[in-house]
Design a binder for this molecule. Structure first.
Ligand SMILES: Cc1cc2nc3c(=O)[nH]c(=O)nc-3n(C[C@H](O)[C@H](O)[C@H](O)COP(=O)(O)O)c2cc1C
Length: 322
């Protein structure tokens, strides 16, 4: 039971972009821990090997939490025990925040915010099944931040959750509007276990603001790391009083190629490059004339293609090539 998220900056789970290669580059750039993409407890319960493979990770991504979703306590207990035995994570995180219609309409993810008693049963099942720290990732409400999230958080705390991560939006907001740090603070004030704040952290100043306004024990961030995994190190420098400069183009592309190498090592060159295309687009965001490189970025099918595109950009910017 040794994992603690306190005073740490974690990489939040992201179904799709949050694969092994991305988690690995984020850890290498200063993320203190990582979380897998959400994984169906029911699919693991029914023996789906492809689903279970989503929990696979390299030692470099540790400490890692494996995130499970579902609403069946028996399946949750089994899945928690299975992933502990198979992957040796630092803990289990339960998804009670996903707003996606196909998840919500099944009663999973953020739909559980309306069912605190069932959520508590799920936490209890995961704790008993794994014997590991179990955390809950939640939002501040379904349609409105009506204060019910405080009771919900208290219910999962009483059931044995080690900490909760709160994304400061309602389900109805999806990813729009701004995260409400006041609501995260209310939940933090009502609980004895650590509360980790999440939502809209993209740099040092926004990290300082979420910590100040929520009083949270730690931070998790997701979108701010896409194409900028070095954000973790920059946040740490800023919080330590050493605000640094934005990374150079060469530094950014060097991280990009490193992440691609990790992805290819995990998925093979063909599949790895196809899945990396969206990450390459994130790395190009904000650079001059990015639009003209988009088509090529969306078509890379080898490491050589990616390197050639990067070198083309560096050459046009009169920078040294790789
Ligand atoms: C593409 C994408 C996929 C996500 N997948 C998950 C997921 O599998 N599990 C989860 O709990 N949250 C998921 N989230 C939510 C993030 O973990 C995080 O709570 C949210 O993006 C707010 O944090 P941010 O402002 O730092 O991005 C996802 C978000 C994005 C953008």
């Amino acid at each position: 039971m040794s994992f603690s998220p306190c005073k740490k900056i974690g990489l939040a789970p992201m179904a799709g972009p949050g694969d092994s290669g991305f988690r690995r580059i984020c850890r290498a750039c200063g993320a203190d821990y990582t979380v897998t993409e959400m994984i169906s407890a029911k699919a693991i319960f029914h023996g789906a090997r492809k689903t279970a493979a989503l929990a696979r990770h390299t030692p470099e991504e540790k400490p890692i939490l494996i995130q499970l979703f579902g609403r069946d306590p028996e399946a949750m207990g089994y899945a928690a025990s299975f992933v502990r035995d198979t992957f040796d994570p630092a803990g289990i995180d339960l998804n009670m925040g996903c707003p996606a219609p196909k998840v919500f309409n099944n009663g999973d993810g953020s739909a559980l915010l309306a069912e605190p008693a069932l959520a508590a049963e799920l936490v209890d099942a995961a704790v008993r099944g794994s014997g590991l720290p179990v955390s809950v990732k939640m939002r501040i409400g379904i349609d409105r931040a009506d204060g019910s999230a405080v009771d919900f958080a208290k219910a999962v705390e009483a059931a044995g959750a080690s900490f909760v991560t709160v994304h400061g939006r309602t389900r109805a907001q999806f990813y729009s509007g701004r995260a409400d740090y006041g609501e995260i603070r209310r939940i933090r004030e009502a609980l004895s276990i650590p509360v980790i704040a999440n939502g809209d952290v993209t740099d040092g100043p926004s990290a300082a603001r979420i910590l100040e306004e929520t009083g949270a024990a730690g931070i998790m961030l997701a979108r701010g790391a896409l194409g900028s995994p070095d954000v973790f190190g920059r946040i740490k420098d800023y919080l330590a009083g050493n605000p640094g400069a934005e990374p150079s183009l060469e530094a950014r592309f060097s991280l990009c190629l490193k992440q691609l190498a990790y992805t290819v090592a995990d998925k093979g060159e063909e599949r790895g490059c196809v899945e990396f295309r969206k990450h390459l687009l994130w790395y190009l965001k904000g650079i001059r004339h990015a639009a003209q490189y988009k088509a090529a970025a969306g078509q890379i099918s080898s490491v050589a293609d990616c390197k050639a595109l990067i070198n083309r950009i560096l050459e046009e910017e009169n920078r040294p090539r790789f």
